[in-house]
Design a protein around this ligand. Structure first.
Ligand code: RUQ
Ligand code: CUA
Length: 677
């Protein structure tokens, strides 16, 4: 007999449990039917509302699992830091609500945060993040104002996220940025020497010694005959694995202690840092070990055909602990970076290769550091390597051959712990706390769950496919909670889907991408929610327990976001002043509800104007904006913050500057004049 939706929700149907909340079979309907509103509004009964909205009992349960009532933010257990793809930014969301909390300006200007519209924190980053000397960049093309953010990486202590800094790479332009999680602002952008592009980044080593970042398409290193460089590809191009040293106090990149390892010109793809037993090692996948260069209008087969000919590509196994020693005495310097030449990397045993099935994409180290799961886009299996076996094969010189550059290739069979047939188009793997791996299947549009071996599972329980859930559609990366650290939390998985097709109302031809939240707590994986992502294309995300992030509520009075210390030019009430030295007009000003002081700035055409502006508020969230029309100035000055702005007054007129945040009843009056005469 058919059970009605109402019976299911109330448990009125014989033998049905009704709606279960928090493990208790609950009576969830209101006692009275409610006469104050219709069935779908306030006062309606849950079952009637569900029925009127066409919701099934499971939908109601999923809503209860993910809903955050107004004013109860603590029900979000995790922060998600997501790449914003070629928007160039980083997105911050909450889990399980999947609500967007913030967009952090990184490689592209972001006016709300006053990012790259005049601030002394961000403008030099955007301007200086570009290599304007030589290379492929032209000084007159101006600074790069976008990036293709791919892989966020939180800083780690003992392989656990420590909530201090976040790194993210610009896949397009071979750059990397550092965000300080005290104020969630970008503090450094580094144009990494010798990387035209990058993909094998960012991967932080276990104690934040280094951030790893490597080339994607190899870099042209021999500029002597650019016209024929593709014909001489093996000689003209090289890959680079980069270890950017981190300042342990500030999280900034320290180029002097950083180094690179020269690699063959394969397309090095994703990487991962070893942890626990594999600490001290980094692993990088590659595709196009065929070294195809294309030429589909020059009588050559298409690049994608040439580049997927071989049955195997190579995992690069790098012993960075050893490299760190070798580089002290044996390196060359290329564009300011210490580089271990390929021959040295081979002779010192720093670099080995291992065959991996066709066109691999992700290589992901398990929480205990013992396994490396590689997914080959053109192979329906994941291949799970054992780090122990890799080490033994290196020690025993168990090589099957050398690659064309003399790099030893370990015997495939000696290094593999298991293979699991997971489905079509496997890409990336994440882990939980119970010895399971989760792999995204791009072609099949699904997530597969499989078991690892010892010490998690043994005998015929090891290396088995145990579950699969369909997603919508074309999943790229996936993320389990803290799932690439030594302390995975299980609970949830986010599938980052490239296509949403029909999942959202039509918003034109460019559709939002879709983050799907999946519950991992039950026997089977279960889809909980769809979240449209309005900027993209997001790649990887990391999820971290909310408590691990110790963000500041408020800047101490007069703090510079550049140094996170008291600004030299911090100005407090009654210290405001204007000084003129020749054609330099320098202003020390303050902002508070509801004035900007001084509210009149008198400049002469051609003056160099320097404004030091301090928000003297002591109330969290009492941010003031500062915008000068026509001068392309938009600052966000948070409570306690001091920002310095410099410009040349090159246009005459009267410009009404104002606060852009509706901060008080007299917000509209929070305005003033810049006169340029
Ligand atoms: S990825 S294409 Cu991380 Cu799969 Cu960049
Ligand atoms: Cu300050 Cu509006």
């Amino acid at each position: 007999m058919a059970v009605t939706r109402r019976e299911l929700l109330t448990g009125a149907a014989a033998g049905t449990a009704g709606l279960v909340i928090g493990g208790v079979t609950g009576k969830v309907i209101a006692d009275d039917g409610g006469d104050s509103g219709g069935p779908t509004g306030a006062g309606g009964r849950i079952d009637e509302i569900a029925e009127a909205r066409g919701l099934e009992p499971d939908d109601v349960r999923r809503a209860v699992q993910t809903f955050l009532p107004p004013g109860k933010p603590d029900l979000d257990e995790f922060f998600v830091f997501s790449s914003g793809g070629h928007s160039g930014q980083v997105l911050v969301m909450g889990v399980p609500s999947m609500r967007l909390l913030k967009v952090i300006g990184v490689f592209a200007p972001e006016p709300w945060q006053g990012y790259a519209y005049g601030s002394d924190l961000s403008d030099p980053l955007i301007a200086g993040g570009t290599n304007t000397e030589g290379g492929a960049f032209s000084a007159d093309r101006g600074p790069l104002t976008w990036g293709d953010t791919h892989h966020p990486a939180l800083s780690e202590t003992n392989g656990e996220y420590d909530g201090r800094w976040l790194y993210i790479n610009d896949r397009a332009n071979g750059r990397i940025a550092m965000i300080d999680l005290r104020d969630f602002k970008t503090k450094q952008i580094l144009d990494v020497p010798n990387l035209e592009t990058c993909h094998g980044g960012c991967f932080v080593t276990q104690n934040s010694e280094y951030v790893h970042i490597s080339t994607m398409t190899p870099t042209l290193v021999d500029m002597s005959d650019i016209e024929n460089s593709l014909e001489n590809y093996e000689k003209s191009f090289r890959g680079f694995s980069t270890f950017l040293a981190l300042d342990p106090e500030t999280g900034y990149f320290d180029l002097d202690r950083s180094f690179q390892i020269e690699l063959p010109p394969y397309n090095q793809d994703l990487a991962d840092s070893g942890k626990l037993e594999s600490h001290g090692w980094v692993f990088i996948n590659c595709y196009n070990s065929e070294m195809a260069v294309g030429g589909n209008m020059e009588g050559q087969p298409a690049l994608e055909v040439q580049a997927s000919k071989a049955d195997f590509d190579y995992m690069h196994v790098i012993n960075w602990k050893k490299a760190e020693e070798v580089v002290k005495t044996n390196h060359t310097v290329l564009n300011g970076m210490r580089v271990i030449p390929l021959e040295v990397a081979v002779s010192e045993g720093i670099l080995h290769l291992i065959p991996e099935p066709r066109s691999p994409h992700g290589v992901d180290v398990s929480p205990n550091g013992a396994y490396l799961t590689v997914a080959g886009k053109l192979d329906p299996h994941v291949t799970i390597y054992s780090f122990e076996k890799i080490k033994q094969a290196i020690e025993a010189k168990d090589f099957e051959k050398e690659d064309p550059f003399g790099v030893p290739v370990l015997n495939f069979d000696s290094t593999v712990a298991g293979r699991v047939e997971v489905g079509a188009g496997p890409l990336h793997t994440q882990y939980d706390d119970k010895g399971y791996g989760y792999t995204s299947l791009f072609i099949e549009s699904a997530i597969a769950k499989f078991s690892l071996g010892e010490p998690y599972h043994s005998g015929d329980k090891a290396f088995q496919l145990v579950d699969k859930v369909p997603i919508h559609y074309n999943v790229g990366h996936l993320c389990t909670m803290e799932g690439d650290s030594t302390t995975p939390q299980g609970k949830y998985l986010i599938a980052m889907n490239k296509w949403s097709v029909d999942r959202f109302p039509g918003v034109g031809t460019l559709k939002p991408q879709n983050f799907q939240l999946i519950d991992l707590s039950g026997e089977r994986m279960e889809l909980l929610s769809d979240t449209p992502i309005g900027v993209g294309e997001p790649h990887y995300v990391q999820a971290v327990r909310v408590e691990k992030i110790k963000a500041w509520e408020l800047y101490p009075p007069g703090t510079s976001p550049v140094t996170m210390e008291k600004a030299e030019n911090a100005t407090f009430e009654n210290e405001e002043r204007v000084e003129r030295r020749g054609n330099v007009l320098e202003v020390w000003g303050t902002l508070r509800r509801s004035y900007i002081k001084p509210d009149t700035i008198r400049a002469k055409e051609g003056d160099r104007v320097i404004l030091h502006l301090t928000n003297t508020e002591k109330t969290p969230d009492a941010t003031h904006g500062f915008a000068i029309p026509r001068y392309n100035v938009s600052l966000s000055i948070d409570a306690g913050e001091t920002i310095t702005l410099e410009f040349v007054a090159d246009a005459k007129g009267a410009f009404a500057f104002y606060c852009t945040e509706f901060c008080s009843a007299l917000h509209l009056e929070m305005q003033g004049w810049l006169l340029v005469s």
